[in-house]
Design a protein. Structure first.
Length: 109
């Protein structure tokens, strides 16, 4: 099993989440994060006094899938997370040591 973390521009998230769901992926979480992606326009960027530099409100989409589904999931992120910029976000794939369902006596998945 793998964990996929992707950092994308907010306006791409709805279409991306719809496509992931249609692709059969259902272990998905979405987090509001602040990052340093290249802003698409001035309204997307704000200056952070705390960090001392411009930041962009991004979304972190986190999901889990079987090893055999990783290439298909990554392709969906790449295709539907695009903004037209060369730096539209990042996708990370990490190994998952174990997964356990909460509320079940069954073993690891």
């Amino acid at each position: 099993m793998k964990q996929i973390k992707a950092y994308v521009h907010r306006h791409r998230a709805a279409d991306l989440l719809h496509r992931l769901g249609a692709g059969g992926f259902d272990r998905i979480s979405v987090f509001d994060v602040k990052g340093v992606l290249t802003a698409l326009n001035r309204r997307e960027q704000q200056y952070s006094v705390e960090f001392g530099e411009p930041i962009v409100n991004e979304l972190q989409i986190e999901m889990f899938c079987e090893n055999t589904d990783v290439a298909r999931a990554v392709e969906l992120f790449r295709q539907y997370g695009r903004t037209g910029q060369t730096d539209a976000g990042w996708i990370y794939v990490l190994p998952v040591e174990a997964a356990h369902r909460i509320g079940s006596d069954e073993g690891a998945m």
